[in-house]
Design a protein around this ligand. Structure first.
Ligand code: ADP
Length: 697
């Protein structure tokens, strides 16, 4: 997480002043650890303070003041405590600014989530340590080069040995103080968010302490006291006790058993002990007489203690965080699994109780899911290729295995509403099921098939009975109707010989009305017969030249309009691709639609029809647009129902069966038909048919 803290100018200047004071104190403290006249300090805490100073509150307004204050404080303290030239002191100061800036930049680049590097996190893993160590070495190198240059300019000698010493001295200072700074900074930044206030944090600390077992508390006390005692003994009585081997062991113990802030505290205590006793000529490094070498060894020892301790502690922290994350993930996984189990139980219950049959078939043909309804309809088969039940077309011809909806769905086809006659083994009549099958793609590129079936036997039987009934009734009504026509003709003949009389005129009028009623009834019967034919007749699809067929109908319609003394319709016929259809049914379809387009025209308007078609893949889409009276809103679907008339009282004669027949014909060819408004006025009927050259109808 990145944070941008804005700060007022006075607060920013106060911040600079505070850091400057702490920095000055750190410089004085550092000089106090110098062991000889040349001023070789054993530790240089000012390097760590600089690192924190230049990292803390990166967004403070008066950051420039830091760069001014640091060299001034350094020059002042150095000139007071030592006697270098002003130039050397200034170069020393510039080196300090450079060092702080480089550290802040490198840390922001390598560990941007750390507090002071742009984020608010404390060090949590070894890679944070390595990032900080890299930044410390880089920054120390810059600061050391500047310091050595200062010495060279003032003394005329280039003190190479000092360069290495400064490098370790500063790196160690940054690592010891910097690590404490990052932890403390992160804790202070997040204390309000995590605990509400400092008091909240204290309460939390007390609660944690209370929750800690007595053994654990005792372990803390014993390890801290024991390792401090080992360090004290190692440095205080080294001449008598050979305890050097135990020193680093003490740090390892603290790092592996105590939490990281205690290690940081321990590192500071170790630093104080090592420096204090070495200055007093005691401890394992006291017998090194050369001050520079002694200082270098002390630095190396402290750097090693800090880095080893932090590496162990942070490695353990990282593992602990991973374990917590893993436990959380595991808990989430368990919750998800429970949810998934409940969900699948619900699904299973739904699937088992739905009336329709559901089957999922894998690419190798075996059934991976099936509900009881599917077993009842299709049988208790395990492999779709061998169900034991016969699959037949409605005309009784058997389905080839590759023709079955399940196999076609596995090949990628979406099968919609296909009726299949299923016959169980034995002599039973079987039942008709309506099948929908869809492919279910699998990761390996193959497809399973999801098959939905429901029993339509009763529905189909009922519909077929109704259709047969309509056909029989229609057919049987034609005879009495023909008789009626004969009797009205005979009556008209008889009346024609009588002398004129008003009652005679009335009688002739009545006969005309009877004839008209009989004609209407014949139209209705013809429609019913055509409807039953369209439903039942075999579809013998052959390639049909749609352009020629349409032109033929257009000529016939124009002729009959001329013969009836009506306006001749205007036809615009585009290039119509050949279709694969039954020629008789297709003619009936086109004639019905063209007839309607001419019929439903406003009074005095010359019917104008535009007939176009386009082929897309295996399908031809045909559109018949007219300039007629249009379809009333909301009736674009219902006009395809039996006997539905959208303009019943407008003087247009009809039975309401024509479009039902058209729909049936189109569907029997595997197509669809819709009606819409023609953008230029009138209506537009669009339907699809298979393109010529396709077989299988
Ligand atoms: P009908 O014998 O009444 O013409 P149809 O089934 O052919 O029966 O048509 C059903 C109804 O759809 C018609 O009554 C009419 O209201 C409407 N209709 C059909 N074609 C058209 C058209 N081209 N323009 C406007 N309305 C139409």
């Amino acid at each position: 997480m990145k944070v941008a803290v804005t700060m007022t100018y006075p607060r920013s200047l106060a911040r600079t002043a505070l850091f400057a004071i702490v920095y000055g104190a750190a410089v004085l403290l550092g000089w106090r650890t110098a062991t000889d006249a040349a001023g070789i300090a054993l530790v240089w805490p000012a390097a760590g303070v600089t690192a924190i100073w230049f990292c803390a509150q990166r967004h403070a307004r008066a950051r420039w003041a830091d760069a001014v204050a640091l060299p001034l404080v350094l020059a002042a303290t150095t000139l007071v405590t030592k006697t270098p030239t002003l130039l050397a002191a200034l170069l020393f100061g510039i080196g300090g600014v450079l060092q702080g800036t480089v550290f802040a930049l490198l840390l922001a680049r390598w560990r941007p989530s750390l507090w002071g590097a742009g984020g608010i996190a404390p060090m949590r893993a070894p890679r944070d340590l390595w990032g900080m160590l890299g930044a410390a070495i880089g920054a120390s190198a810059c600061g050391s080069v500047a310091a050595v240059t200062g010495e060279w300019l003032t003394t005329g000698r280039l003190p190479w040995t000092h360069l290495g010493l400064y490098l370790t001295q500063r790196t160690t200072g940054i690592m010891i103080i910097g690590s404490v700074g990052v932890f403390a900074g992160a804790a202070l930044t997040t204390v309000t968010a995590r605990f509400g206030s400092a008091a909240g944090w204290l309460r939390h600390g007390r609660a944690r302490l209370a929750a800690t077992s007595r053994w654990r508390r005792a372990e803390y006390v014993v390890i801290l006291a024991g390792t401090t005692a080992v360090y004290l003994a190692g440095f205080g009585y080294t001449d008598r006790l050979p305890l050097s081997f135990a020193l680093l062991g003490g740090t390892v113990l603290v790092a592996t058993r105590l939490c990281t802030p205690f290690l940081l505290l321990h590192n500071c205590v170790v630093t104080v002990i090592a420096v204090r006793y070495t200055l007093d000529e005691s401890g394992p490094f006291a017998h090194v007489t050369e001050p520079i070498v002694r200082a270098a060894i002390v630095q190396l020892f402290l750097a090693l203690v800090t880095v080893v301790g932090l590496a162990l502690a942070l490695g353990r922290d990282e593992r602990a965080a991973l374990v917590v994350a893993l436990a959380r993930e595991k808990a989430e996984l368990v919750t998800q699994q429970e949810r998934a189990a409940a969900h699948s139980a619900l699904l299973a219950a739904i699937i088992d109780t739905v009336a329709g049959g559901l089957v999922v078939v894998e690419p190798d043909g075996h059934v991976s899911l099936r509900n009881p309804a599917a077993t009842e309809l299709l049988g208790p088969f395990r492999d779709i290729r061998n169900t034991g039940y016969r699959h037949l077309h409605l005309d009784g011809t058997p389905y080839a295995i590759h023709e079955r909806p399940s196999m076609r769905a596995m090949g990628g086809e979406n099968v919609r509403g296909e009726d299949i006659l299923i016959q169980p083994p034995g002599t039973g009549p079987g039942h008709i099921v309506r099948v929908n099958a869809s492919p279910l793609p699998r990761p390996d590129g193959t497809s399973s098939a999801v098959i939905l079936v429901h029993d339509v036997t009763a529905e189909r039987r009922h519909r077929d009975e109704l259709t047969n009934f309509a056909g029989v009734v229609a057919h049987d009504l034609l005879n009495p109707l023909a008789c009626l026509g004969g009797w009205t003709a005979a009556a008209r003949d008889l009346l024609s010989d009588l002398p004129p009389h008003t009652i005679l005129d009335q009688a002739l009028d009545d006969l005309t009305r009877a004839d008209r009623a009989a004609a209407r009834m014949r139209g209705l019967i013809d429609g019913l017969l055509a409807y039953t034919t369209a439903r039942k007749a075999e579809v013998s699809a052959v390639p049909v030249d749609l352009t020629a067929l349409t032109a033929d109908i257009a000529v016939a319609r124009s002729d009959s309009a001329a013969a009836a003394g009506q306006q001749e319709p205007r036809f615009t016929i585009g290039v119509l691709p050949a279709v694969q259809a039954d020629p008789v049914l297709l003619r009936q379809l086109m004639d019905n639609l063209i007839g309607n387009a001419i019929k439903y025209t406003g009074p005095g308007v010359t019917p104008a029809l535009t007939i176009t078609a386009a082929r897309t893949g295996d399908t031809v889409t045909i559109c018949i647009a007219d300039n007629g009276i249009g379809i009333p809103p909301g009736q674009h679907n219902s006009i395809f129902e039996n006997f539905h008339r959208a303009h019943p009282d407008s003087g247009y004669h009809g039975t309401g069966l024509g479009l039902a027949i058209c729909k049936r014909i189109v569907e029997r060819h595997g197509g669809t038909i819709t009606a819409s408004d023609n953008p230029g006025g009138g209506s537009c009927f669009t339907f699809t048919l298979p393109a010529a050259g396709l077989s299988g109808l």
